[in-house]
Design a protein around this ligand. Structure first.
Ligand SMILES: *Cc1c(COP(=O)(O)O)cnc(C)c1O
Length: 235
């Protein structure tokens, strides 16, 4: 099978799973939008799906690499919404603020203030999500839910930023029930802090767990390997 067919089949499969899962999510927090995580993808594979009109939201986790890619003329002509989903160092905040539409991994007031300053200078409104930590492990980034909710309120007062939801990475060790429980808890906080009516996003779910995440109310699952690596390792 050719590479292009495998990529579009992968995307079809992911979209089908999302659609089935969203039918089980009652009530839906909003329409579910797929974020294609392109951080490990080959340029050519990303271009294949862009040219096919199949990518609308993309996620990257390295500022320099993403900047080089998405400002190059072949990529820049596609009007996709760009999300930064990695750990953002303060010294890269200006570049990130210039390139991305969303910073989905904000986990400190200092970072938010830096981004606010950059956005004001650029004359743009940068959308941000607060990253929530769903485990006690120190290695996970993000803030415990209570602190994340406080930070969301603080960011709402900063110029140049529009805080519009939460992002979280599920811990790998959790069993399905535990996973569902932590997604559910975050969904409830999200509903209280970001009532429907304004733009809002709840970004849960990666290749390993996006069906459960969408069933529990994620509106922005982030999928990388299931699109760009599945059935492609030996090509
Ligand atoms: C890499 C990454 C993803 C995508 O992970 P896959 O398992 O490849 O789908 C999603 N979210 C974040 C924050 C990531 O860093």
């Amino acid at each position: 099978m050719c590479r292009e067919k495998i990529l579009t089949d992968n995307l079809d499969r992911v979209e089908k799973i999302i659609s089935l899962a969203s039918q089980k999510a009652v009530p839906l927090a909003g329409p579910v939008t797929l974020m294609a995580v392109t951080k490990y993808a080959k340029d050519q594979d990303v271009l294949t799906l862009l040219a096919a009109g199949r990518l609308h939201h993309v996620g990257e986790s390295r500022v320099q690499q993403a900047y080089a890619r998405w400002t190059s003329p072949v990529f820049a002509k596609y009007p996709v919404v760009k999300h930064f989903i990695g750990h953002l160092q303060k010294n890269k905040a200006a570049k990130a603020a210039a390139l991305f539409d969303f910073i989905d991994s904000v986990d400190s007031l200092t970072l938010a203030e830096t981004l606010s300053h950059c956005a004001v200078k650029l004359g743009k409104t940068l959308k941000v999500l607060v990253q929530v930590k769903l485990t006690d492990k120190d290695t996970q980034s993000g803030l415990p839910l209570g602190q994340a909710r406080v930070l969301a309120k603080q960011i709402a007062a900063l110029p140049g930023l529009a805080v519009c939801g939460y992002m979280a990475i599920a811990p790998q060790v959790q069993d399905a029930q535990q996973l569902r429980g932590s997604f559910h808890m975050l969904r409830q906080a999200f509903e209280e802090d970001f009532p429907a009516g304004k733009e809002r996003w709840l970004s849960l779910g990666m290749s390993a767990d996006f069906a459960v995440a969408v069933e529990e109310g994620s509106t922005l699952p982030r999928i990388g390997s299931d699109i760009f690596a599945r059935n492609l390792e030996d090509l």
